[in-house]
Design a protein around this ligand. Sequence first.
Ligand SMILES: O=C[C@H](O)COP(=O)(O)O
Length: 248
Amino acid sequence: MPKKLAAGNWKMNGSSASAPEVAALLPRIADVSCQVLLCPPATLVTSMKNWAGSSDLLIGGQDCHANESGAHTGDISAAMLADAGATHVILGHSERRADHGETDAMVKAKTRAAHAAGLVAIVCVGETEAERDDSRALDVVGAQIAGSLPDGVTGDSTVIAYEPVWAIGTGRTPTLEQIGEVHDFLRDTLTRQLGTEGANLRLLYGGSVKPGNAAEIFAVSNVDGALVGGASLNSSDFSGIIEALDAA
Ligand SMILES: O=C[C@H](O)COP(=O)(O)O
């Protein structure tokens, strides 16, 4: 299995003034055994790559178009992200699914494009609160997995992030049992579909991960890291999460 992964999603936050925050993170990740990734807005990918210098900090995008180039005003291709210094891209985040009407089929096409450009795709799945209340969480993430992954997925090319929509930015998290149930289900489903590669796929949990709850979340079976939103904006908070993952 590839190394565990602590991924930070800056969403629509950050500017050229963010350099010191990234600089403060670098000494804290110098000796960790897990991978550390920051996904800033596209405008900051190249700058952040420069701020990372010779450190092991990885840089990713937050979305890409399914096509390599063409008349798509405002969009960015996977190849462009790679050219800017990105190694990863987040795809199918619930905010993109909600704000931009992204469907599983669109996420699948984007994932294919990411792979073609040599990027690791972090494919997000997760149920809404109404779907969980309706006892449909596993059905929903199962359908998203079935619809969002193209052929040829491997443990090196793809990461799955389970993010219950109702836990994102709310300070609410599922119980550890609920996280374990979904992650075990994802592992079983992916191993059935993909064999060894499915067993090797990293499964991240995302949704209100903080330094205070990270250790208990990382102790849950089949949790191989986290996709962190708000707490990744603060180097001290993100470091706390990274240290918990490193110790898990
Ligand atoms: O991509 C990250 C997730 O949406 C989690 O965000 P959050 O840590 O602010 O809840």
